[in-house]
Write a protein that binds this ligand. Structure first.
Ligand code: PHE
Length: 424
C-alpha cells in the first residue's frame, strides 16, 4: 500500500501543502491582536521559542507517525501498534478535523461572500449577514469547493492548488502590507506589534504563545500524519517542520503589518476574531472609498481574496484527513469518499451556520480539549511506544538526540500544562 500511494511530487509541493494547512484564519484574525496584547516583540520572541521547542517537536512526532507508517491516521495506528487501544488515537485524529472542518467552512463561506461584496464595497452588517440564508448558501459553496479540490487527488488536487496558492498568498499579503504601513498614522499600528513590553509578559503569555502556535501549524488533528504519508523518505523532517513554522510565522507577521496600521490609522480599537475581519476592516474600506474608490476596491478585494485562499488551503487539509481514511481503510473511491465527507460536514456545519452558539461550543471543544489531547498522545506514542531505532531512522538528522528529548519529555509536559490551564 505504502509504495502504491500517491505522493507529493517535490519538496516545494510538500512544503506548500504543509504551509497551506498552517496559514489560515489563525494567522490573520488572532495572531496580530495576540502579539499586541501580550507585549509586542517580547511576545514574538516567546512565540518563536515555544514554536521551536514545543510545537515543532509535536510536528516531528506526527510526521514520524505518518511517514513511517505510510498510512492515514487510523491505518497508522493499526500498523504501528496493532491490536492495542492506540486505535483510539487514530479515531480521534479523524474525528477532530471533521468537526473543525464543519465550522471552519462556515467562516470560509463568510470570506467568499465578503470577497464578492468587496467589488462594490457594499458590506452588510456582520450580525445580520451571519444569520442570513446567504451565509448558509456561501458555506455550502465554500465546502463544495474545498471538497472538489480534494477530489482532484493528492497531486492534481491538493498539490496543484497549494503550489499556486502559497506564492499568490505571499504576493498579496506583501503588497497589502506595503500599502498599509505607508498609511498616515499607521506607525502606531507597527509600534503596537513591534514595541517590546516585558511588563505584559507573565505565565499566561507562554500559555497563549504555545496555544496559538499549536493551532496555527495545524497540530493535534492528524493533518501532519496524513500529509507526511504522502512525503518521500528523502525529504528532511527538520526542514519540513522548521520550514512550515517559519512560513507560518512570516505570514502571521505580515498579516499584522496589514491589519494593525490600517486599524490605527482609522483610529479604531484593534480587536480579534470575526469582528475584526467582518466588521472593523469593511468599515475601514468603506471610509477609504470616499477618498479613492478605485484604491479602496482594489485593497478590499485583495484582502478578502487573501482571507478566502488562506482559509481554503487550510480546509483542504482538513477534508483530506477523513478522505484518506475512507480510501485506505474502507476501500472507497476518492470521489465517493469526498462526497461522504461533504455530506457529513455539510450537516454539522449547517447547524453551526444557523446557530452560532453551536459554532462557539464546537470551536471550544475542538481547540481546548480534542487538539491538545491529540497532540499529547502523538508525542507520547513516538517518545515512549515506538522503538527508538525506528524513530531515529525516520528522523534521520544529527539533531536527533535533542529532538528526541523534546518529544519524549518536554513537549508532553508542556502541552499537558496548557491543556490543564484551560480549566483554571
Ligand atoms: N492552521 C490554521 C490557521 O492558522 C487553522 C487550522 C486549524 C487549519 C485546523 C487546519 C485545521 O488558521
Amino acid at each position: 500500500m505504502a509504495g502504491s500511494k500517491e505522493q507529493f511530487g517535490s519538496r516545494f509541493a510538500a512544503i506548500a501543502a504543509l504551509a497551506g494547512s498552517a496559514i489560515g484564519l489563525g494567522n490573520i484574525w488572532r495572531f496580530p491582536y495576540m502579539v499586541g496584547e501580550n507585549g509586542g516583540a517580547a511576545f514574538i520572541l516567546i512565540y518563536i521559542a515555544s514554536s521551536l521547542f514545543l510545537s515543532v517537536p509535536v510536528f516531528f512526532a506526527e510526521f514520524i507517525i505518518g511517514r513511517h507508517s505510510g498510512a492515514n491516521c487510523f491505518g497508522a495506528m493499526k500498523r504501528l501498534a496493532p491490536g492495542t487501544r492506540w486505535n483510539l488515537l487514530g479515531i480521534l485524529c479523524i474525528l477532530t478535523p471533521t468537526l473543525i472542518l464543519s465550522y471552519y467552512a462556515v467562516v470560509g463561506g463568510w470570506s467568499i461572500s465578503y470577497l464578492f461584496k468587496s467589488f462594490t464595497l457594499a458590506f452588510p452588517s456582520f450580525g445580520s449577514f451571519s444569520s442570513s440564508g446567504w451565509a448558509l448558501a456561501a458555506f455550502v459553496i465554500y465546502l463544495a469547493l474545498s471538497c472538489l479540490i480534494v477530489a482532484g487527488g493528492v497531486k492534481n488536487g491538493i498539490e496543484a492548488f497549494s503550489k499556486v496558492s502559497i506564492p499568490l498568498l505571499f504576493f498579496l499579503i506583501i503588497g497589502l502590507a506595503i500599502y498599509s504601513v505607508t498609511l498616515e498614522g499607521g506607525s502606531s499600528g507597527i509600534d503596537y506589534i513591534l514595541k517590546p513590553d516585558w511588563s505584559k509578559v507573565g505565565v499566561r503569555t507562554f500559555v497563549n504563545a504555545i496555544g496559538q502556535s499549536f493551532y496555527s501549524i495545524s497540530l493535534g488533528m492528524g493533518i501532519i500524519i496524513t500529509y507526511a504519508s504522502y512525503i518521500s523518505k528523502k525529504e528532511s523532517i527538520v526542514f519540513s517542520g522548521v520550514g512550515t513554522a517559519g512560513f507560518d510565522l512570516f505570514f502571521a507577521l505580515l498579516a499584522g503589518f496589514v491589519i494593525m496600521p490600517a486599524v490605527f490609522a482609522a483610529g479604531i480599537e484593534p480587536g480579534s476574531g470575526p469582528g475584526l475581519i467582518f466588521d472593523t476592516l469593511p468599515y475601514i474600506f468603506v471610509s477609504m472609498n470616499e477618498a479613492s474608490p478605485v484604491l479602496a476596491t482594489v485593497v478590499a478585494v485583495a484582502f478578502f481574496l487573501t482571507v478566502s485562499i488562506a482559509a481554503l488551503t487550510s480546509s483542504v487539509s482538513l477534508v483530506e484527513v477523513p478522505v484518506a481514511w475512507l480510501i485506505e481503510e474502507k476501500q472507497m473511491k476518492r470521489s465517493s469518499a469526498t462526497l461522504l465527507v461533504f455530506a457529513v460536514t455539510g450537516i454539522i456545519g449547517a447547524l453551526c451556520a444557523i446557530n452560532l452558539g453551536i459554532f462557539d461550543w464546537l470551536d471550544k471543544v475542538c481547540c481546548n480539549i480534542l487538539l491538545p489531547i491529540g497532540g499529547i498522545l502523538c508525542v507520547i506514542f513516538v517518545g515512549w511506544i515506538m522503538k527508538k531505532g525506528d524513530v531515529r531512522d525516520e528522523f534521520n538528522s544529527k539533531l536527533f538526540p535533542f529532538a528526541y528529548f523534546l518529544i519524549k519529555y518536554l513537549a508532553p509536559v508542556a502541552v499537558a500544562v496548557i491543556f490543564l490551564s484551560n480549566f483554571l
